[in-house]
Design a protein around this ligand. Structure first.
Ligand code: CU
Length: 151
């Protein structure tokens, strides 16, 4: 008759190994995509939603001249390559901002009190400019240019 002799140490090792495998299996089954600090789209969790507004800085120089600059806010956005992004841009300051994103087919207009919604996926890494065609330079009350960093 043969007996299998189990030492206390080997039983503990077996239990630890079993627990590690179980935890690994649970971790593998968990959903992989999470953006803890960015709003997710409730209807489609695979689309990352980025919300912006149009803003305005205004001031007066010492000789009484009014100066102003329109801005996208936030002005810099970081997204992942190959990820579907939904932009939701709400018009607060300025009547209308016709825009395009350089290096893409994206173009549209943001009007005061309205939300402009479009989806875009960036297939190449780089920094893309969101350009307001009415306010793209300081002379035209800009620069109203946002930077989309695709990593
Ligand atoms: Cu503008």
């Amino acid at each position: 008759m043969k007996f299998v002799v189990l030492k206390k140490g080997s039983i503990i090792l077996f239990i630890i190994g079993f627990l590690a495998l179980s935890l690994g299996a649970v971790w593998m089954l968990l959903p992989k995509q999470s953006y803890p600090t960015v709003t997710m789209n409730g209807e489609n969790p695979n689309v990352q939603v980025i919300k912006l507004v149009t803003g305005e800085f205004s001031s007066k120089t010492e000789d009484g001249k009014e100066i102003e600059a329109y801005r996208w806010d936030p002005g810099t956005i970081v997204v992942d390559k190959g990820e579907e992004i939904q932009f939701r841009i709400y018009g607060v300051n300025g009547q209308a901002h016709p825009f395009h994103i350089e290096g893409t087919e994206v173009k549209g207009i943001v009007k005061k009190g309205e939300e402009s919604v479009f989806n875009v996926t960036f297939d190449k890494k780089g920094t893309y400019k969101l350009v307001c065609e009415s306010h793209d330079t300081i002379e035209k009350n800009g620069p109203m240019i946002g930077y989309i960093v695709v990593k």
